[in-house]
Design a protein around this ligand. Structure first.
Ligand SMILES: *Cc1c(COP(=O)(O)O)cnc(C)c1O
Length: 228
């Protein structure tokens, strides 16, 4: 949506044009899931409290392009966005993040950051995955920030089963590696995540359920309706 008033200057607009682009989306993973690797460096920040990180505004994305290039130069495909000195895990690239692990209490848990402080884009896919997982009623579902230290500890103790991004285009995107810049030592540390090997494969099951709903193979009350 762009302001179209015939003026030059920084002010609110009285006229605007809203463009809606539509197009068919091909199969995102035609040959099966392709896991991605992430650069995690808390020097880079995607969104701030009081900012507009929870809205899909162009200004949130332009500053991430050059950081994405740094990630590429280090052999990573996406950025894992951390926030604050405790390195809260917020989002991955332009996706919401989910971690499926056994938590420190030994419970199986699907965890994703909360929508309460304006840092997180409230993705439709995020919401759908939470609803579907809740309907299974098989493990704990928690909306809170995991920290990088918790994730690192979980990986060391082999409690982290799956890490994946969630967004409309791909539905889910598995993560198999994180390159972490330790701010104290200034060294990079590499963490491997067994997302593709873990059982149960929650990510695949969520993906299959969403795609089956999209193709009308299964009904989901409130989500599916006949239009013609
Ligand atoms: C688009 C987007 C998402 C995912 O939203 P969906 O509605 O599921 O497509 C998550 N995080 C960010 C930063 C995004 O731009």
């Amino acid at each position: 949506m762009i302001g179209t008033d015939p003026t030059l200057g920084v002010s609110d607009s009285h006229e605007a044009k809203l463009y809606v682009l539509t197009g068919p989306a091909g199969a995102y993973f035609p040959t099966g899931f392709k896991p991605i690797s992430l650069l995690a460096d808390s020097k880079f920040v995607r969104a701030f409290p009081g900012g507009v990180g929870s809205f899909k505004m162009g200004c949130n994305y332009a500053p991430t392009i050059s950081i994405g290039k740094i990630a590429t130069s280090l052999g990573c495909q996406q950025v894992l966005w951390l926030y604050d000195t405790d390195e809260k895990i917020t989002e991955v690239g332009t996706m919401n993040i989910f971690i499926y692990w056994r938590n420190e209490q030994g419970e199986e848990e699907l965890i994703t950051p909360p929508l309460s402080d304006g840092l997180i884009l409230p993705g439709v896919t995020r919401n759908s995955l939470i609803d579907i997982a809740k309907s299974w009623n098989e493990f704990k579902i928690t909306e809170r920030y995991p920290t990088m230290e918790e994730l690192r500890c979980g990986i060391k103790e082999k409690r982290v089963l799956q890490v994946f991004g969630a967004g409309t285009a791909c539905v889910v995107s598995p993560v198999d590696r994180i390159l972490y810049k330790n701010q104290k030592t200034k060294e990079y540390e590499e963490f491997l995540i067994p997302t593709m090997e873990s059982k149960p494969d929650i990510m695949q099951r969520l993906y299959d359920t969403i795609v089956d709903i999209q193709y009308g193979k299964i009904e989901w009350p409130g989500w599916t309706r006949t239009v013609a």
